[in-house]
Every structure is written in C-alpha cells, then in structure tokens.
Design a protein around this ligand. Structure first.
Ligand SMILES: Nc1ncnc2c1ncn2[C@@H]1O[C@H](COP(=O)(O)OP(=O)(O)O)[C@@H](O)[C@H]1O
Ligand SMILES: [Mg+2]
Length: 168
C-alpha cells in the first residue's frame, strides 16, 4: 500500500482532478457520496464561489435524492437525516473562534454522521484527528475548477484510495 508521504507514479489516488463543468463537480460529489460512511469528515476548502456548496448539494442529492439544500452560511449547519447515515453540512465562514464548533454539536456529528465542512480552516487547532480535505481551485475557464485532495489521517487516506480505484 502506498503511503501519503511517499507518492509513487502508479499511485491510484487522484490528488488533483480537473472539473471542467458544474456537472463534472456533481459527478465527483456523487462518487464520493457513494463511498462515504458515517464517521467520514470531508472538508471543502476554496474561496467564495469556488463551488463548495455546489459540491455539497450534489453530494446530498446523490445520497438522499432531490431536496432543497440551502447554503448554511447563516445557520452554520444544516442536518439531513432521511434514513442511512445523517449528513451534517457546515459552513464555518462566519465562525469567529474555532472553539465555537463544539456549540454546534460537531463532536456528535464527527462520530455518527457524514460531515461536509465548508471553510474547514476555521476549525484551526480544533480540527478532527482524521479528515479528507478537498480544495477547489479556479481552473482555466469560468466553469472549470481543480480539485486537490489532501488526506489528514489514515481513514481519509483509505477513502481517497477508494475514490481513486477504477471501480471505486
Ligand atoms: N465546475 C464547477 N464546479 C462548481 N461550481 C461551479 C462550476 N462551474 C460553475 N460553477 C458555479 O460556481 C458557483 C459556486 O457557488 P458556491 O457553490 O455557492 O460556492 P462556494 O460555496 O464555494 O462559495 C455556482 O454558481 C456554480 O453553479
Ligand atoms: Mg458555500
């Protein structure tokens, strides 16, 4: 098995993926949605307008079907539980102190839900021990993005590995 610190030319991980349209982003979100399980924590980084909420919306639709998925900009978190693992969708942009995440019940979510966390850098020193970071960077055109994955922990590494596997 390859190690995160030891990249290899045959590494099946997709550390960087080119997403040339919103539907490409949605397709990636759908693939990750099918692999994710309760306890998986996915941090969605990138500037305003990068597509973090668009990704989360497609992820939630892929698991739970069509439904309204508002941006949790003001509520900080939206919880979806329609059977199966609950999904907690966070937007921490407005957080002033990283310790405020505990007031949102985030520890319960870390244990028993799938967490999608926009602006994960706001967790600072209170970040969980194991999480998968996906950063959306601008691409060449208006509708293109580059998704860069960084696993923080062994569980995230395994999730990323399954995402990169041919039938993942
Ligand atoms: N490839 C793409 N991936 C994600 N969003 C895209 C893409 N191309 C265009 N967009 C658009 O960019 C905007 C992203 O907004 P949003 O998801 O709210 O960003 P964020 O949550 O990162 O601030 C949406 O209007 C979306 O339709
Ligand atoms: Mg957003």
């Amino acid at each position: 098995m390859s190690q995160p610190d030891d990249p290899h030319p045959d590494d099946p991980h997709p550390p960087m993926l080119l997403l040339d349209s919103l539907s490409a982003t949605a397709a990636l979100a759908g693939r990750l949605a099918r692999l994710a399980e309760a306890g998986d924590i996915i941090g969605l980084a990138g500037e305003l307008g990068a597509g973090k909420t668009a990704f989360a919306r497609a992820f939630i639709h892929a698991r739970l079907g069509e439904m309204e998925v508002p941006s949790p900009t003001f509520t900080l978190v939206q919880i979806y539980q329609n059977g199966g693992a609950p999904i907690w969708h966070f937007d921490l942009y407005r957080l002033e102190d990283s310790a405020e995440i505990y007031e949102l019940g985030i520890e319960e979510a870390f244990d028993s839900a799938i967490c999608l966390i926009e602006w994960p850098e706001k967790m600072a020193g209170n970040a969980p021990r194991d999480w998968l970071e996906m950063r959306l960077n601008p691409g060449a055109g208006e509708n293109s993005r580059r998704a860069v994955f960084t696993p923080h922990g062994a569980r995230a590494e395994r999730l990323l590995q399954r995402l990169g596997a041919p039938d993942g």
